[in-house]
Ligand binder design. Structure first.
Ligand code: AP5
Ligand code: MG
Length: 218
């Protein structure tokens, strides 16, 4: 099943896309392609692309399609024929979804599943407020109230943890609004194609993972 599995993880900021993508990558041995991680990697390296993306990311807006689509499709197209991928954070508007569909068709590939993780807004705000990300491998971590983030290291690679610039209250509010206005219409696109699975993300990480695996038939 995992071989050649081509999957999109879809959901609002803080839904757990990165968390679930990492679990699926390790379990199913398929490539994880995260548009946000890629932009943050470029930003960390100080590349022109990273600096350009930062202008939009810090305000909670989408990075323009003319920057985003080529760089992500390049990654997708470099996945070997028999291997699979998990897209996390892409597509984020109907234009990106159409560009992805066209690129996949060029290789006679189809998306096997789009898993939509739904989480209530109060829970999204709670999770993003306590999220710390590894500067090295970008794994997300939750730091609870009363815990001291400065004493914690990444549980995947031992790297330093930091809070994303776009996890402040203003940017989070904007990201949720952008998700509702620009990204949600993509759900209709995939519903029509019969590949959409809606699952509840208002559960523990393990419970959500069970639901994702069930949606994949794995
Ligand atoms: P991106 O990095 O994709 O951010 P996002 O979509 O806002 O999603 P997040 O990464 O914030 O959340 P997540 O769903 O991955 O949750 P996580 O697993 O970390 O994009 C950032 C920006 O880049 C965009 O705003 C835009 O500017 C730009 N961009 C990216 N892609 C683009 C595109 N395609 N087009 C244009 N611009 C683009 O979990 C969150 C927290 O909750 C963590 O602390 C985690 O430990 C915790 N958690 C996870 N699951 C659970 C659970 N079940 N129970 C309790 N806690 C949980
Ligand atoms: Mg993420």
């Amino acid at each position: 099943m995992a071989q050649g599995l081509r999957l999109v993880l879809f959901g609002p900021p803080g839904a757990g896309k990165g968390t679930q993508a990492q679990l699926l990558r390790d379990r199913l041995k398929i490539t994880h392609i995260s548009s946000g991680d890629l932009f943050r990697h470029h930003l960390g390296q100080g590349t022109p692309l990273g600096l350009r993306a930062k202008e939009y990311m810090n305000k909670g807006e989408l990075v323009p399609d003319e920057i985003t689509i080529d760089i992500i499709l390049d990654k997708v197209m470099s996945v070997a024929d028999g291997d699979g991928f998990i897209l996390d954070g892409f597509p984020r508007n109907p234009h990106q979804a159409e560009a992805l569909e066209k690129a996949l068709a060029g290789k006679s590939w189809i998306l096997n599943k789009v898993v939509h993780i739904e989480v209530s807004e109060p829970e999204l705000l709670r999770r993003l407020g306590g999220r710390y990300v590894c500067r090295g491998c970008q794994s997300p971590h939750s730091i609870g109230e009363g815990e001291d983030a400065a004493t914690k290291k990444c549980d995947q690679c031992g790297g330093e943890l930091y809070q994303r610039d776009d996890d402040g209250p203003e940017a989070v509010k904007k990201r949720i609004q952008v998700y509702n206005d620009e990204t949600m219409p993509v759900l209709g696109f995939y519903r029509k194609r019969g590949v959409l699975a809606d699952i509840s993300g208002d559960n523990t990480v393990d419970e959500v993972n069970k639901q994702v695996m069930a949606a994949l038939g794995a």
